[in-house]
Design a binder for this molecule. Structure first.
Ligand code: ZN
Length: 460
């Protein structure tokens, strides 16, 4: 057997553990893993020099084509993701006009023409009629993951419709019957947020912390508790997106002990930034908000003790309006730095094992959204979505001409991806920083069942 590529002399790490050796790739898939001397001949051999090879990051949470043109975002942002060792992204997409099936077909085709890496979709429940579309969506798109928003009051700066409890509950009733069904919820008590915001604006404060204090952590905790109850009653898996509350992972762990299927996601910014950081202003508005040191440390506990299930970037490129915090658009970008931030702060500073990191950023997101084991692990038959990591490389974060708000400009981080492979093809090489990104080679991973089965059959 002659294979396309072998990466040898590597520290091979995934969620299940690690070994030293080689990984062989043919036709975009992993075909062998083992000792260096057992490998077949290859067209190309990369000597990893003992560096780490892990499954590429699967980012289950991002928003593209919201403020900038979708095609353009799919080019620029997936190229940034590839530089950050990300090989699959899942977009929380919203169709405000018309049904989701034609929307999916259009977004998928445009994505496949532009994206550097693989991508897929979750769909937002934005109108009551979307609930009636779920059967159609499942049949014609393969998407079985639905998102409900909370905490956005009418007239908000980005046009999101919050779900009343009845929409969330009805979505859960439907998704509970699906093999890969899951409902994601942005947990903040919408009513309470509206009230507390009015009270805070009346004080005249316009600082970043005022925004945070207008949406205190209990509005999130209260909503998480309610959604866990809904999940328990309906039997629908619950995915709590962008958790900022240290109690979130604890509540979820307690619920899982009762048999409730609930997963907590958090984001790199809630682990590295607070609303009280002196260099941050209104452009660091995020929804839900950056919190304080106590919540941040509590989240790290959940990262290290296993109570947090996944990491998502919530990457969203916005042209910030530079206005006061009350009218600023919420969201930041971090495709390119989630992995370096975690290598620096989780692995190098807090002693997290690389295997646990791989569980958080690859295996668990893949399992949650029906992509495992084709994605998210180093195993024979899996897609060769890989990242080669230099744990000792120290570099500064620079965003310069990039879109959106970066909260880490100038930070010196230790541990960076140096090579990213998407289905066996190099999509980022630190030794060739000027090479043109491979636009249009990404594949949609959320596909109708027949197509999904054909792909799995081809994989053997
Ligand atoms: Zn989001």
């Amino acid at each position: 057997m002659n294979v396309d590529l072998i990466i040898r002399n590597a520290r091979l790490v995934d969620h299940s553990g690690e070994q030293h050796g080689s990984i062989a790739i043919a036709n975009g898939r992993i075909v062998a893993i083992g000792a260096d001397e057992t490998m077949p001949d290859a067209e190309r051999v990369i000597d990893a020099g003992g560096k780490v090879v892990m499954p590429g990051v699967i980012d289950p949470h991002c928003h593209l084509g919201v403020d900038y043109d979708y095609d353009e975002d799919m080019r620029t942002e997936t190229a940034a993701a590839a530089r950050g060792g990300v090989t699959t992204i899942l977009l929380f997409a919203r169709s405000m006009n018309g049904p989701y099936v034609p929307f999916y077909r259009e977004r998928r085709a445009r994505g496949e023409a532009a994206s550097v890496i693989d991508f897929g979709f979750h769909f937002g429940i934005q109108r009551e009629e979307h609930l009636d579309e779920i059967d159609d969506i499942v049949e014609h798109t393969g998407v079985q993951s639905f998102k409900c928003h909370m905490g956005y009051e009418p007239g908000n700066s980005i046009g999101i419709n919050s779900s009343p409890d009845s929409w969330v509950f009805a979505a859960m009733q439907k998704a509970a019957k699906l093999p890969r069904g899951v409902v994601s919820v942005h947990c903040e008590n919408t009513d309470l947020v509206g009230l507390l915001k009015k009270q805070m604006i009346a004080t005249g404060r316009e600082d970043l912390a005022a925004y945070t204090e207008s949406r205190p952590v209990y509005v999130e905790e209260e909503a998480i508790a309610r959604m866990i109850r809904f999940s328990e009653v309906t039997g629908c898996p619950l995915y709590v997106v962008h958790t900022t509350a240290a109690n979130g992972p604890r509540m979820a762990a307690e619920a899982r002990n009762r048999g409730v299927d609930v997963t907590i996601e958090t984001c790199p910014h809630y682990l590295t930034r607070t609303a009280y950081d002196e260099d941050l202003g209104p452009t660091a508005r995020i929804s839900p908000p950056l919190r304080d040191r106590e919540q941040l440390e509590g989240l790290w506990e959940g990262m290290l003790n296993g109570q947090i299930g996944t990491l998502g970037t919530d990457h969203v490129p916005f042209r910030k309006n530079g206005g006061p915090v009350w009218t600023e658009k919420p969201g930041v970008v971090s495709f390119a730095w989630e992995l370096p931030l975690m290598l620096h702060f989780a692995v190098n500073e807090r002693g997290m094992s690389l295997s646990r990191l791989s569980e958080l950023n690859a295996a668990n997101p893949a399992k949650q959204f029906g992509l495992f084991p084709q994605k998210g692990s180093l195993s024979v038959g899996a897609d060769a979505d890989l990242v080669l990591i230099d744990l000792d490389l120290e570099q500064e974060v620079t965003h310069e001409s990039g879109k959106g708000t970066c909260l880490y400009e100038g930070w010196k981080l230790r541990g960076w991806p140096v090579l990213t492979l998407s289905r066996g093809e190099v999509v980022f090489d630190a030794d060739e920083p000027a090479s043109e990104p491979k636009y249009g080679r990404g594949q949609c991973v959320t596909v109708p069942d027949a197509e999904r089965e054909a792909r799995l059959a081809a994989a053997g």
